[in-house]
Design a protein around this ligand. Sequence first.
Ligand SMILES: [Zn+2]
Length: 74
Amino acid sequence: MQGAFQHVRLREISRREMLVASCHACGHRNNIYPADVPAKISREIQLAAFEKQLRCRRCGQRGRASITVMQVKG
Ligand SMILES: [Zn+2]
């Protein structure tokens, strides 16, 4: 994760934003909307910690993703 977002908390992501997770193991990219995050994940979690919990849907590796925050278009 790059510096700008690592201390941002999940609850701070607005409906105009989404998270883009990129897997370093296989290159898979996945858009994550805050509403899609399971309720068991604390909304107080910081993105640096959240990305360590992500499991790639393509290759199944955990903790290999990097998250960035993107504006939702349209
Ligand atoms: Zn992967």
